[in-house]
Design a protein around this ligand. Structure first.
Ligand code: SF4
Ligand code: SF4
Length: 246
């Protein structure tokens, strides 16, 4: 159990560190900067990051959300202020509209109007790779922070991830593709006979999933699961574990 607690400490440290780096890195997850690059026929560093996140989701699901996302780091800091569970499924669909409106449609239209992607600029929208150093970048940075904050404080634990995050949709699409074709990938596996219904997994899930029911049904796949491993690590009966094959 001790090793498992260390794993969660490591995870928290990683996402909070990722948040601390956000002033330097936000251009790489900023939709307006990525669309701006595409409209000039440039594949920006952010666009490359989105592609890499999609590829990672084919094998690792939403591991990025649980272990590396700076927005996830900030929202988990806000657990100290509001750790209310987010109601399962309610308005989760809204992020798909956001994905269409601020990534898919503008990106296709930008690439089309630029006559295709003609070059790659990993540092596009930054000053020598530092996001906040670029003139005018403060606005985008503070808008990002405001969105993470408003959703996390008003909606509850990781409210932004549930209701608004268009990057989550990229990973959900990758995961659904993987599930259709069923190649080996990281996932959770459960043994319902070990479960004592203590509910620790459900109470500790940062995505407010009813993990106890998932264990009871031995059905651990959920598009909102970020593979953070909290349920794995808090279960006193070792009823849940990470598994690699499909
Ligand atoms: S089900 Fe487990 S791994 Fe998935 S988000 Fe909840 S606590 Fe994390
Ligand atoms: S933490 Fe483990 S024992 Fe407790 S309800 Fe969840 S799966 Fe069952």
């Amino acid at each position: 159990m001790k090793n498992f607690i260390y794993r969660q400490k490591l995870r928290k440290a990683l996402i909070i560190f990722s948040f601390v780096l956000l002033p330097a890195t936000f251009a790489y997850i900023s939709c307006p900067i990525i669309i701006g690059g595409a409209s000039e026929g440039i594949a920006s560093g952010g666009l490359i990051v989105f592609v890499l996140i999609f590829i990672s989701s084919l094998f690792l699901g939403r591991l990025w959300c649980g272990w590396l996302c700076p927005g996830g780091g900030l929202q988990e800091i806000y657990f100290q202020i509001n750790n209310k569970q987010v109601k399962a499924g309610r308005l989760n669909w809204f992020k798909y509209l956001v994905f269409m409106a601020i990534i898919l449609v503008p990106l296709i239209s930008a690439i089309h109007s630029a006559g295709g992607i003609k070059s790659i600029d990993l540092f596009y929208g930054t000053e020598d790779g530092i996001s906040i150093a670029k003139a005018g970048a403060y606005t985008i940075f503070f808008v990002q922070i405001a969105f993470f904050t408003i959703f996390a404080l008003l909606a509850g634990k990781r409210g932004f991830c549930h209701y608004f995050c268009p990057i989550a949709v990229i990973m959900i699409l990758g995961r659904k593709m993987r599930n259709m074709l069923a190649w080996p990938a990281l996932h959770l596996s459960a043994e319902k006979d070990r479960c004592s219904d203590c509910m620790r997994c459900s109470k500790n899930c940062p995505m407010s999933l009813d993990v106890n029911i998932m264990v009871r049904q031995e059905s651990m796949e959920d598009s909102e699961c970020i593979l953070c491993g909290c349920c794995v690590d808090v279960c006193p009966k070792r009823a849940i574990r990470y598994a690699l094959v499909g």
